[in-house]
Write a new protein. Sequence first.
Length: 118
Amino acid sequence: VQLQASGGGLVQAGGSLRLSCAASGRTSSFYDVGWFRQAPGKEREFVAAITWSGGTTRYSGSVKGRFTISRDNTKRTAYLQMNSLKPEDTAVYYCGSRRIGIIDYENWGQGTLVTVSS
């Protein structure tokens, strides 16, 4: 599975962005998708995740209520809608995938930069 993340950019605080994570290659839809981010000088941290069916989502406390993860399996694409952005959301955002039942994320996109100005 190859993942392609896109949608990053520069936005003012309070603004919105939608990130996309498109899957290609030989894959079914039976994989979970997660979004992670890494700010300069910091470790990569979990942001949000969604199960293969889209029936279960999970968020970090810092983004809950502001970000929404979703997926469209017909397009093999997952999304991260980010609202009420804050300067501390500035980071490179990565999407990852893992097969059902696997703990570690197996495939990663290349990352897309989100910069939130104050």
